[in-house]
Design a protein around this ligand. Structure first.
Ligand code: G4P
Length: 521
């Protein structure tokens, strides 16, 4: 494989809010020499500001709304970290981000164990067979028992664990971690932050007792025996299939265990892998360039009204200014100023390779899932579409802004922030979202970015269905169900069924029609 492609490691962090994702991201950037003072970013600004905070609303609510992409070098590898919103109401954005990565870091809080959001996101990883590396964070707190945590990962997240390190002590008495493969002890010292790596003869080395005390070492030895004797050894093939994950223990806020984790990512996580299209599998080291759009974000720069499409490059490379083929429209387009990202700072790059995530200026051309190639007509598959679960009518409160509202709604729906529908029997647009908080963001963004004040009135609905089939039947259905029918942005007919009864009736009376849960279904 081309060495440039081989050194790419593109991953996302999967975790429940508060597990320490922001903290560990800052440490990664510090190791990558991208920021100078990891952990001080927030403290220094003395407000809840973090490197990956992009939007005002994030700061207001203290949650990450949009996924940002961060690039950093480490130990000869080039990492692309696709950051993901932690709040469950933005899971759609996170699911999409997971389609763009080759591996994931699962971050678990040692006190809370496996939490809800992690379970949901792991389901997506499992579906995609994403290789997983697990970091159990906050070992400086009185967390759960090591074997309980491993057991929970295996039973709840349904993945085999292979601990690479084991902690000795816990909470205030956390002494450090023992590396099973290397027989080294890595000392933890929260007071002066000093860390030492000491080569040991093995778990019976008397220096361990000197350093950690007999009780802790005895407990560690029991765990060591359970892990090395009773569990399957690490199997790289199983790891690549997403069936087994290496596990590390540490404390992100104390910058403890983070370097080992990054080393493991560099060594174990795969470079870009083969990806499927509707025509053929695409190998990363093919000469021909190919990529897909997995995210669109508008107005990242408040000074310029801009929109950025995020591309995951799947094969080949491209150079700034090169022309590429936009498969959906059949047009050649020039990628004038591809950018790499360090949160707020954009940097124009000249060259990007398979595995990289780059942002390109989007003049309103792109949609999520679009494929770009050197000319070949093919589309990357497996970029899921999500059925919205909550719906609302959008009423404009300042009528002079109707153009702005229409523009805002259209752009925000292309961006994937919401789905937009045009009811057959009303001029008032309807929006659909997966998580309710997206409504707040929509309202906020329409106001702050487009100057349109809107009121959102919930439309109670049982479910939405895309209605497909012979034209005459679709027409008849649309007439009968006109009050519940709407058009989506591709001019497909959708029906918002108010209750299960109406859905069952339609299924019974319109046997020749299909009622799909998503537009792709
Ligand atoms: P998130 O992005 O996953 O939501 O989590 P974030 O990094 O913001 O961390 C959540 C809280 O957990 C933060 O505390 C952070 O300092 C703390 N934390 C992260 N890693 C560790 C660790 O290893 N040990 C301990 N004890 N705490 C950790 P906070 O009080 O919410 O914010 P802050 O005031 O510290 O910034």
């Amino acid at each position: 494989m081309n060495p440039e492609i081989e050194k790419r490691r593109t991953f996302a962090i999967v975790s429940h809010p508060d597990a320490g994702k922001t903290t560990i991201t800052e440490k990664f950037l510090w190791y990558g020499n991208v920021i100078r003072e990891a952990g001080h970013v927030r403290a220094k600004a003395n407000k809840s500001y973090t490197v990956s905070d992009w939007m005002k609303i994030e700061q207001q609510r203290g949650i990450s709304v949009s996924s940002s992409v961060l690039n950093f070098p480490f130990e000869g590898c080039m990492f692309n970290l696709v950051d993901t919103p932690g709040h469950q109401d933005f899971c759609e954005d996170t699911y999409r981000a997971l389609t763009a990565v080759d591996a994931a870091l699962v971050l678990i809080d040692s006190v809370n164990g496996v939490e809800k959001q992690t379970i949901r996101l792991m389901n997506v990883c499992r579906m995609r067979h994403t290789p997983i590396i697990t970091f159990i964070n906050k070992m400086d707190l009185d967390g759960r028992h090591v074997l309980d945590l491993l057991d929970q990962i295996e039973s709840v997240l349904q993945i085999k664990t292979a601990p690479f390190t084991l902690p000795i002590g816990v909470g205030k008495l956390f002494k450090g971690v023992y590396s099973i493969a290397e027989n080294t002890f890595h000392t933890f010292n929260p007071d002066d932050g000093k860390q030492e790596i000491i080569q040991m003869e093995g778990p019976d080395d008397p220096r361990l007792v000197e350093l950690c005390g007999e009780n802790w070492v005895n407990q560690f030895k029991e765990e060591y025996e359970m892990v090395t004797g009773g569990m399957d050894p690490f199997d790289h093939e199983k790891f690549l299939k997403g069936e087994m994950c290496p596990v590390f223990f540490g404390s992100a806020v104390n910058n403890f265990g983070v370097r080992q984790l990054l080393n493991a990512f560099a060594k174990l996580a795969p470079p870009p892998m083969i990806r499927d299209t509707d025509k053929r599998p695409v190998k990363p080291d093919e000469d021909a360039f190919s990529a897909f759009v997995f995210k669109i974000q508008a107005n990242m720069d408040p000074k310029h009204r801009d929109r950025t499409a995020f591309l995951r490059i799947c094969s080949g490379s491209f150079t700034r200014g090169e022309k590429v083929f936009h498969v959906r429209t059949g047009r050649d387009i020039r990628l004038a100023a591809p950018t790499a990202f360090l949160a707020k700072d954009k940097e124009v790059i000249d060259h990007a390779w398979a595995g990289d995530i780059v942002g390109i200026n989007d003049p309103g051309l792109f949609r999520i899932g679009d494929t770009l190639t050197d000319g070949e007509k093919m589309n990357f598959t497996g970029i899921p579409d999500f059925a919205p679960e909550h719906f609302a009518r959008v009423t404009l409160l300042n009528p002079l802004k109707s153009k702005q509202m229409a523009k805002g709604l259209a752009e925000l729906s292309e961006e994937g922030a919401t789905q937009l529908y045009e009811p057959l029997k009303s001029a008032v647009p309807v929006v659909g979202v997966v998580g309710e908080l997206q409504f707040d963001v929509l309202k906020f963004r329409l106001q702050s970015e487009y100057g349109a004040d809107v009121q959102l009135d919930r439309v109670p609905a049982h479910c939405i269905r895309w209605v497909k089939g012979p034209e005459a039947d679709v027409g008849k259905f649309a007439e009968e169900y006109a009050g519940d029918c709407m058009m989506d942005k591709e001019r497909n007919l959708v029906c918002l069924f108010p209750n299960e009864y109406r859905l069952n009736l339609a299924l019974k009376n319109y046997e020749r029609l299909s009622f799909a849960e998503t537009s792709q279904g």
